[in-house]
Design a binder for this molecule. Structure first.
Ligand SMILES: Cc1ncc(COP(=O)(O)O)c(C=O)c1O
Length: 424
């Protein structure tokens, strides 16, 4: 008996970029700007909320809570997203709490994708979308963001990477079930403009497609950019599931609290998947996150809001890393959002040994060379492309700049590298 979905689940499991690069970084005890999590502590108000949750009088916080989200958390999320989207939300039917955004994404693909359905994925993309679509029995259809050359003497911006409208339209078909949108985008840091979102929205409405909108970096936007929620565009609320993450929002990736926001007609399907797989996410963590959002809602837009302070601090780190990378001859692409930065490494081709008959992309070889020779870890951009497109985008690497001590250590390495290059 042929079992196509089961076979597809095994595809590529022997080659996981994260396993490979984490191991390499550990082997060479490297300064690691590869993986995407902060090395600085979360805000005190959140740590205190967690302590209160686990050591306070409320023993119920050690027990099961409501499967689809601890009531205080779904209530505050409904209030906040209601305000952001300009519509009244029912905490019980329009919000569902998940084990990180990761499980929210998994629920979406399991809930909506049937054998034969196509899912449009914009490249470069957060790598789990591809296996998750395949596990559900769907077929990913890829469309790359295409870079435009920057103005003479200028660094490229993530805004220079754009969808070709005709190419995007050509990807929609009778089989299209959904498009995955990730704005701000990991790895590029691109924040999709209103015009770009309208283009996607019009095609979703025309082809009756869903939009799985991964907005985990929604608060991390720079240079006065605005994060626009596609669900707020005409015709989109009813066909969009917003995916969010307390991990990215409050610098607590290890707590694994995420959520989905959307119309009940879609969320009812997510609830079935969630209830029959995970059931619910840790009660104390949900309670503390609810308190964090309560605080933020009270300070919304004010200078002492974490949602204002964190991007301000990250923007400084971004600018510091840009300077250091330029000094060694890389060409950073200035990210408009997220805590990632992609840099062009074309200049180093002569330094990295060619491996005859290897099909390993140049960026992967470069990243390994950099770990071994410079002690600095980053992730090759080709890891964020489908197999067929990897070679078209193989001269970039991704750094994470949500770091304090690690960024300082990386800066020291880059300074030394710069001096070595200058030496006769
Ligand atoms: C684009 C994107 N979506 C989802 C996730 C997963 O978020 P969480 O840690 O809340 O599961 C990540 C984590 O790196 C991400 O970059």
């Amino acid at each position: 008996m042929s079992r196509p979905v089961q076979a597809r689940r095994l595809e590529g499991i022997d080659k996981n970029i994260w396993v490979e690069f984490v191991k390499l970084a550990a082997t060479y005890s490297t300064v690691n700007l590869g993986q995407g999590f902060p090395d600085f502590p979360p805000p005190d108000f959140l740590k205190e909320a967690f302590s209160r949750a686990v050591s306070g009088e409320k023993h119920t916080l050690h027990q099961y809570t409501r499967a689809f989200g601890h009531p205080p958390l779904v209530k505050i999320l409904a209030q906040l997203f209601g305000k952001l989207l300009g519509r009244e939300l029912d905490p019980m039917t329009n919000v569902m709490v998940t084990v990180g955004a990761y499980q929210a994404l998994f629920c979406c693909f399991q809930a909506f994708i049937e054998e034969g359905d196509e899912v449009i994925i914009i490249e470069p993309f957060f790598d789990c979308y591809e296996p998750m679509v395949k596990m559900a029995g769907g077929t990913p259809v890829y469309i790359p963001l295409r870079p435009k050359a920057p103005k003479e003497g200028k660094l490229m911006s993530s805004a220079d990477w754009q969808l070709d409208p005709a190419e995007l339209a050509s990807k929609f078909s009778e089989q299209t079930k959904a498009i995955v949108l990730n704005s701000p985008n990991n790895p590029l840091g691109k924040v999709f403009s209103r015009g770009e979102l309208e283009l996607i929205a019009d095609l979703c409405v025309k082809h009756d497609a869903l939009c799985i909108s991964d907005e985990v970096y929604e608060w991390l936007v720079y240079d006065g950019k605005e994060h626009i929620r596609i669900a707020s565009l005409p015709g989109m609320w009813d066909r969009t599931v917003i995916v969010g993450s307390a991990g990215k929002t409050f610098s607590i990736t290890g707590w694994k609290v995420g959520w989905t926001v959307g119309p009940n007609r879609l969320l009812q399907h997510l609830r079935t998947v969630h209830q029959n797989s995970v059931y619910h996410c840790a009660t104390a963590a949900q309670d503390a996150v609810a308190q964090g959002f309560q605080r933020e809602l009270e300070r919304y837009g004010k200078p002492d809001s974490y949602f204002v302070q964190l991007p301000r601090e990250l923007q400084q780190k971004r600018d510091q890393l840009i300077q250091s990378l330029v000094a060694v001859g890389m060409k950073p692409i200035i990210p408009e959002g997220t805590y990632f930065l992609v840099a062009d490494i074309s200049e180093f081709k002569s330094e990295v040994p060619d491996v005859p008959d290897s099909d390993e992309p140049y960026d992967s070889r470069f990243a390994k060379w950099m770990v071994k020779n410079k002690g600095l870890a980053a992730i090759p951009l080709s890891a964020f492309y489908c197999g067929a497109h990897k070679d078209n985008y193989n001269s970039f690497i991704r750094f994470c700049f949500a770091k304090d001590a690690t960024l300082k250590a990386a800066d020291d390495i880059l300074q030394r590298w710069k001096l070595e290059k200058a030496a006769p």
